[in-house]
Design a protein around this ligand. Structure first.
Ligand code: 4AD
Ligand code: MG
Length: 460
């Protein structure tokens, strides 16, 4: 393996000979000396390279070098007299692999995130998007680590599915039929002629399949892409996003909430410990006070409140909401922010929502009106986790499917789980991009996924 700049910067400048590969960030050239900053994306800091032009005849190479060019530089790693770095490279051999002409869009000035989205093929070369990528990587590893250390089995649930896991009808259809001229039977499209012999979609959640494996392996989790054709053009919605969904058998809502809290605290700690430099960058340039607020979250217990209590809090609020709230209505992000930022100043777990605003699979409470749902809300973002205890009573689940006009034939296998060895079980879903947003302080969800898919955009 070759040396990464991250490791070079942490080593000592003992005069050894090394070779560095990377891209030029800046070049300052004078008659006798040339300074360059080189990055390879392994860390936030660049490696400073100095060429003594009086000793090495590299004028021709240096002339061709500009911001964005890819280079291989050989030199001596020495202690740096400068205060910004411990070591620097005294270069004596340069190979330019790819020049970067003047129209390279990422010159010195800071660009808006909107502009960077238009050049998604180049934006990971900026400090912010590179830092987001490293934090995203650490978070995903930390997530697997948490579950693996706690005995959860990673299950790969399908991306193509014939059932609507959330029962909300917000799905992208998957078909090989000719849309201009589909086969018809009795005036309707004949899906028996389609690839799967029936209508199929991209999955909105791996939960239902995770339940199958939880009722065999006890504790499982999925971590994969999900797709939602919701027409929400907001800073926290994507049409394609990644979701982490643990599912636990022999577990009620209390166990579910405890796991969610422990899990969030674990991944926060893991990321703050492994990405210190990037996290300081976000704290300084993206969201002031980020580290302090995340540390506070790690160290304090989450607030618990029922939906009914939450609505009462909101009704007595002096703040004016765009969407007036009353019992039975879903909480909007403005309400979630009010609860977490103004009332409780930290994460809040809201439970026992009205059944009418939650999915069919949630366990009905004895009051017959609310379900054993829980949403974890956090400051700045609102909902980050949605979960519940599942209805494990065959008859009650069937009634619910009927009430919602869902076709029980589509859910026959899901009903079977309630027929054979049914067990209390619970789980939740964490939106991966939402947690990346939360941890980095990035305002827009489109900037924490490499290639965002949203309404009317899928360029790359
Ligand atoms: O609340 P949701 O819809 O819950 C489920 O899908 C359940 N099946 C989870 C479970 O119990 N296994 O979605 C879960 C989370 C949300 O809290 C949110 O963080 C994220 O997924 N999410 C989205 N993230 C980005 N873009 C979207 N369009 C999202 N929709 C949901
Ligand atoms: Mg939800």
């Amino acid at each position: 393996m070759k040396t990464r700049i991250k490791d070079i910067l942490q080593s000592s400048g003992d005069g050894r000979e090394i070779t560095v590969e990377g891209w030029i960030r800046t070049k300052r050239d004078s008659k006798s000396v040339c300074f360059m900053e080189v990055t390879d994306g392994s860390c936030l800091k660049n490696l400073q390279v100095i060429i003594d032009k009086n000793v090495f005849d590299l004028t021709r190479e240096i002339e061709k070098i500009s911001t964005g060019a890819s280079v291989v530089i050989q030199g001596k790693l020495v202690a740096s007299p400068g205060k910004n770095q411990n070591v620097e490279l005294q270069g004596h051999k340069i190979k330019i692999l790819g020049e970067s002409p003047e129209d390279y869009p990422l010159q010195k000035k800071r660009h808006s995130f909107e502009f960077l989205r238009e050049i998604a093929h180049l934006r990971p070369r900026t400090n912010t998007i590179a830092a987001v990528s490293r934090v995203r990587n650490a978070l995903s590893f930390g997530i697997h680590k948490f579950f693996q250390e706690n005995g959860f089995i990673y299950v790969h649930t399908p991306l193509i599915s014939a059932s609507d896991a959330e029962g909300a009808g917000e799905m992208f259809q998957v078909t090989t039929l000719d849309l201009e001229n589909p086969p018809k039977a009795q005036g309707k499209v004949d899906y028996t002629k389609d690839f799967f012999g029936k209508k199929a979609n991209l999955t909105v959640s791996g939960q239902l399949e995770a339940e199958i494996y939880a009722t065999a392996l006890k504790n499982v989790y999925t971590f994969g892409p999900t797709f939602r054709a919701e027409n929400s053009n907001t800073s926290r919605h994507l049409a394609e996003f990644w979701m982490i969904e643990p599912e636990m058998a022999f577990c009620t809502l209390e166990g579910d909430m405890n796991t969610a809290e422990e899990f969030l605290k674990y991944i926060l700690s893991y990321t703050m410990e492994t990405c210190t430099e990037d996290m300081e960058f976000f704290d300084k340039f993206i969201q002031k006070g980020l580290l302090e607020s995340l540390t506070h979250v790690k160290e304090t217990s989450f607030t618990h409140i029922t939906y009914t209590e939450a609505v009462r809090e909101l009704e007595k609020a002096s703040a004016k909401f765009d969407f007036p709230i009353s019992w039975g209505k879903d909480l909007q992000s403005e309400h979630e922010k009010y609860l977490t930022e103004i009332v409780f100043n930290g994460p809040v777990i809201v439970t026992d929502y009205p059944k009418g605003i939650k999915a069919f699979y949630m366990k009905l409470n004895d009051d017959g009106k609310t379900v054993r749902a829980m949403d974890v809300l956090v400051p700045r973002l609102g909902e980050i986790i949605g979960g519940s205890e599942r209805e494990n009573d065959y008859a009650k689940l069937l009634t619910r499917l009927h009430e919602l006009h869902l076709n029980e034939k589509d859910y026959w296998w899901y009903l079977d789980l309630r027929k054979y060895g049914s067990v209390p079980h619970s789980g939740f879903g964490l939106g991966f991009e939402r947690i990346v947003q939360y941890v980095t302080g990035m305002q827009n969800i489109r900037d924490v996924i490499p290639f965002p898919r949203t309404v009317k955009t899928a360029e790359f």
